[in-house]
Design a protein around this ligand. Structure first.
Ligand code: GPU
Length: 798
């Protein structure tokens, strides 16, 4: 084949063409990497035409565009997603197998793009896919981190962090746009010139764009994810180099690149670091400039901005978008301040993802002024304008010497949304009580969702095939069609096929764990899975305490008819979150002791899988029987893993928190294992003196489990190893682990009993699948389009 013969039709030839001319490899010497890249480029070619068509249509229609600004996009692998959405699975598999390769191995060769920490970043990725599926003209904007979330391993049970290197290999999906660059200023001072305030920054950095097309289901629409990388304005100082100062010559470039070097690994905590604020302004300012530039190519009248532009701030990390747009409109385009403010408030919206005080961003005003002096002035004017318009009570973005990004975001936004019904209600009564009183229509709820393409269809091909065989394949693009499964659940043949899907998925997981981690899991046990970031409020320690208590009881009474369990954990802790790291070590220590106990081995196993990421979630969720969603009521804003589990036929053991509440409402209380205190009960319990000690005294099982940790049963020779955890659990116990333990134990034994009746368990699991269609991110995005953005689909059928 010659270079000119770039094949348009035959997919197999397209792969060979790229292998030869893009990778420069002879098929005889190609490695799996080369094949994966060649396949990716061949797939990408088929995306590009649709992508350009969608972009042309967006310009032609001059419709409102949605801009999703997010510090995190937890994308995972894209090759399979793209193949699935183009409906090319059979073709791709056949082509790859015809070269004598293992198709799954080729797919798994792709590194996870881990440009996010957890739920917030994964939500952004699901939203990008749903926006494309729905034909909503949209752009995602974020940072092209050179190093995504760290790689986790365990050294003697302790978390060890290593840098992650996803860009060591070329990234097949992105297009570098050297022409799309902005020069951004930082620091300096504000001077007065002709009666106007002019910002004279001290240092400058360039933002370079990298575009990744995001294709929707059936390839009907594609949008752009634009990630910014830091570049020096003057990359190289030749004078210094010639003078022999080689390191200094490249200093500018090194500093600029630092901005997009690493993802901050804190999840739901705030560190107030200067580089973090620099990152936030860097990507937000570049994005806002890009948005204004795009608007101005077709429009003259800036007052039309709110009709053409909806900006969504994913949490407060891009909160500077408000003041930055005001600055451009007022300082640079010369609109009166009030008008600039009004236009901006018509464009900007804000999603809140947490009520945890330690996660709410605020900046000391000195730090803020040293980086963004003009923005600080504008924030004062914004506060003054707000106080004047709403004199009833003063709520300001700048107060007590700090700039509060939640308040700022709220004041600058047209709509503010929570991510689950319970969470949205609590926003109104807690963090945004005063602002909600002044703006009673501003807060709306948009309960989170997940994309069914990745989270059912691709990750669980057996279940997908059964569903499609039963109700046709319309459910993939319209997940609420899953209700059509319900009549089949009473058919014993159908139900046994459903149960077989889970059994086969569990067998696959057993094979993988045996291969990778040298442990033989009992496939007849309940696969009980807790996978998420490690956090006290998520209460992995409640789960491991229950494991300890169960182990002790089984040892006491081995013949009591226990239901076998495998407890599976996965998740990373922020490197500086020492309590969470202690929880990790404790789980690993407990696993080592329990797994080595021949007396209980058939009945209880515990495993902590290292380096939990999107790919691992895709492996574990289809094989789970039980989904652990055990956060302290009021603390988990929504959860999205909870939805993925329900959709894949796992039953939930959970508290009335976040979206658990809505999941339970939909799947039915009989098909959900509820335990624990409500938000109000938790609040009241915290006011009880010595509540933890009282709970421990009242439950000997709990007392014995805590005593075992304290006496060093899991840390031989070092009884103090877990003093921090034990002191917390027996003392302040803010997250009410001790107080919820007894009811958790009760619910777990209910799980045991329910699992003995396998038929009924399968029935309950199938009802979870059939009734969880509402948790599609397509439904969520439709909600944002209607209530928040007032944006329309550009697909005829929508
Ligand atoms: N969330 Br704030 C994160 O993943 N990271 C954060 O920094 C913050 C929130 C999560 C919430 O904890 C989770 O409940 C929610 O489902 C998710 O955001 C998406 O809304």
């Amino acid at each position: 084949m010659a270079r000119d013969d770039m094949p348009k039709t035959d997919f197999r030839d397209a792969i060979l063409w790229h292998l030869t001319y893009t990778l420069g490899k002879d098929p005889d010497h190609a490695q799996i990497f080369d094949w994966r890249m060649a396949l990716s480029y061949a797939v990408r070619d088929r995306i590009v035409d649709r992508w350009m068509a969608a972009t042309r249509e967006t310009y032609r229609a001059d419709a409102k565009r949605v801009y999703y600004l997010s510090m995190e996009f937890l994308i995972g692998r894209l090759l399979e997603d793209n193949i699935v959405n183009l409906e090319m699975q059979d073709q791709a598999r056949a082509a790859i197998e015809s070269f004598g390769l293992d198709y799954r191995a080729v797919l798994l060769d792709e590194p996870d793009a881990a440009l996010g920490n957890g739920g917030l970043g994964r939500l952004a990725a699901c939203f990008m896919e749903s926006l494309a599926t729905l034909g909503c003209p949209a752009y995602g904007y974020g940072i092209r981190y050179e190093h995504g979330l760290f790689r986790q391993s365990f050294v003697e049970g302790r978390q060890h962090e290593a840098p992650e290197d996803w860009l060591k290999q070329p990234y097949a999906w992105e297009f570098e746009r050297p022409e799309a660059a902005f020069t951004l200023g930082f620091g300096g001072r504000v001077v007065s010139r002709d009666g106007k305030s002019v910002w004279e920054p001290e240092t400058f950095v360039q933002s370079e764009a990298f575009d990744t097309p995001v294709i929707g289901w059936k390839g009907r629409w594609a949008n752009t994810l634009r990630l910014w990388a830091g570049r020096a304005v003057n990359p190289f100082d030749l004078e210094r180099f010639n003078a022999g100062d080689f390191a200094a010559a490249a200093e500018g470039e090194a500093l600029a690149r630092t901005i997009s070097r690493v993802l901050y690994p804190e999840d739901s905590t705030e560190k107030g670091k200067r580089l973090r604020l620099t990152q936030e302004y860097f990507f937000t300012a570049a994005s806002v400039r890009d948005i204004v530039r795009r608007f101005e190519t077709d429009h003259k009248d800036l007052r039309l901005l709110p009709q053409k532009v909806a900006i969504q701030m994913n949490d407060t990390h891009p909160a500077i978008a408000g003041p930055e747009l005001v600055r451009i409109l007022h300082d640079e385009r010369g609109l009166p301040f009030e008008e600039a403010l009004h236009i901006t408030q018509g464009c900007v919206n804000y999603t809140n993802h947490t009520l945890l005080p330690e996660a709410l961003e605020s900046w000391g005003e000195d730090l803020f002024a040293s980086l963004l002096p003009r923005h600080l002035q504008l924030i004062d004017r914004i506060d003054d304008a707000h106080a004047k318009a709403y004199p009833a009570r003063r709520v300001a973005a700048r107060s007590d010497g700090r700039v509060k990004m939640g308040e700022l975001s709220f004041i600058m936004s047209n709509r503010v949304n929570g991510v689950a019904a319970l969470h949205t209600g609590l926003m109104k009564t807690t963090v945004f009580k005063d602002l909600n009183a002044l703006h009673p229509d501003r807060i709306v709820n948009e309960t989170n969702g997940v994309t069914p393409r990745r989270w059912v269809h691709s990750c669980n091909p057996r279940l997908s095939a059964l569903i499609t065989d039963t109700i046709g394949d319309g459910w993939i693009g319209d997940l609420e069609q899953l209700v059509g499964l319900e009549p089949h659940i009473d058919n014993p043949d159908w139900l046994s096929r459903f149960a077989q899907v889970k059994a086969d998925n569990k067998a696959d997981l057993c094979d993988w764990v045996a291969r990778e981690h040298d442990l033989m899991l009992n496939p007849d046990a309940i696969f009980d899975v807790q996978i998420k970031r490690i956090h006290e409020y998520k209460r992995q320690h409640l789960n491991i305490l229950e494991a300890i208590a169960l182990w002790q009881e089984i040892r006491d009474n081995p013949g009591a008819g226990w239901t076998p369990r495998v407890k599976i954990f996965g998740g990373k802790a922020a490197p500086g979150y020492f309590f969470a790291k202690d929880i990790i070590r404790l789980i690993n220590d407990v696993a080592a002791v329990i797994n080595a106990d021949a007396a209980t081995n058939e009945l209880l196993q515990v495993i902590y899988l290292p380096n939990y990421n999107v790919t691992m979630a895709e492996r574990l969720i289809p094989a789970a029987d039980l989904s652990e969603q055990v956060s302290t009521a009021g603390k988990e804003a929504s959860g999205t893993g909870n939805m993925k589990f329900a959709l894949n036929g796992a039953l939930t053991i959970g508290t009335l928190d976040g979206a658990n509440v809505e999941i339970r409402e939909r799947v039915g209380a009989d098909n959900f294992f509820l335990f624990g205190m409500t938000v109000d009960e938790a609040e009241a319990r915290r006011n009880v003196q010595n509540h933890a000690a009282a709970a421990i005294a009242a439950d000997p099982r709990l007392g014995r489990a805590v005593a075992a940790i304290r006496s060093g049963v899991f840390s031989a020779g070092e009884p103090d190893r877990y003093a921090g955890i034990v002191d917390n659990l027996t003392g302040a116990d803010y997250f009410l682990v001790a107080s919820d333990f007894t009811d958790y134990w009760r619910a777990q034994r209910e799980v045991d009993r329910a699992y003995l009746d396998r038929n009924n368990w399968a029935r309950m699991a199938a009802l979870n699948v059939a009734r969880s269609g509402w948790f599609s991110s397509d439904r969520t995005i439709r909600g944002y389009m209607a209530d928040v953005w007032h944006a329309k689909s550009l697909l005829g059928q929508e």
